[in-house]
Structure formats: C-alpha cells, structure tokens
Design a protein around this ligand. Structure first.
Ligand SMILES: [Zn+2]
Ligand SMILES: [Zn+2]
Length: 127
C-alpha cells in the first residue's frame, strides 16, 4: 500500500510507496533514548519528503541516520544506508497496521509489555 503522513507541525510531509503493513517495535537502548520509549516503525519501498529543508539527519551509527523535524522535533525515520527508510508509524495519516515483531527484547525494560503473540527476538530476527 501507499501512504502519506506528516510531522507534528506539518513542516515535513511525505508520500511513501510500498508501505509494509507490519509495525516492528525496537527496544534497543538507542531507539529508547531517541524516542523516549520503544521505536514503532514500518519499512517502506520508497519515500518522497516535502519540506526536506526542515529535516535534520543525525548519524547514529556507521550504517544509519535518524531524521527529525527541525521545527517541532518529531522523529521521522531510521535510514539504513544507502537506501532503506523505516518510518515512524505514528506519522502516517492512515493507521492500518499490525504489530508484527519485537526486536532487541533482551534490553527491554520490564515496566512495559506489548500484548499479542507475535515473535519477540532477543536481538535482530536472525539471532
Ligand atoms: Zn515538524
Ligand atoms: Zn532500535
């Protein structure tokens, strides 16, 4: 499916193609620091941003950048270089998603849990 969305202030909007219907939750310490909690995100085939000038990119590791809106601070995406965008699920106008899996559960704090019988991986799914 295709999807559209925006940040909180609307300075950044996007149109994404081939949006996965599965949300992945990541409990790693980097995502938790960045989001204030687990990351809830969906992979897309491609995405076009309007308001690119309002996007700041933070190089969070050798292989990835994290993008956010310079005006309102909304977290926008995890960008796995060179070309894979994983977009924060909450930004989408349509919320027709399912929680598909949780990753890096080994580092998850004990004070919250997501319901459901989906796979929970200690690290990445291949681990
Ligand atoms: Zn914004
Ligand atoms: Zn993570």
């Amino acid at each position: 499916m295709n999807g559209t969305g925006q940040c909180l202030c609307g300075a950044v909007t996007f149109e994404a193609k081939d949006v996965e219907s599965h949300v992945h939750a990541c409990h790693c310490s980097m995502c938790r620091r960045w989001n204030g909690g687990p990351a809830l995100a969906v992979a897309v085939g491609s995405v076009t941003f309007a308001g690119e000038a309002n996007i700041r990119r933070y190089r969070s590791s050798e292989w990835a950048e994290r993008g956010f809106c310079k005006k309102c601070g909304s977290n926008l995406f995890y960008f796995l270089m060179p070309n894979r965008y994983i977009i924060e699920a909450g930004l989408f106008n349509e919320q027709d998603f399912k929680l598909e899996s949780e990753i890096f559960c080994a580092g998850k704090p004990t004070w919250y849990e997501f319901a459901g019988g989906h796979p929970r991986h200690d690290g990445l799914p291949s681990d």
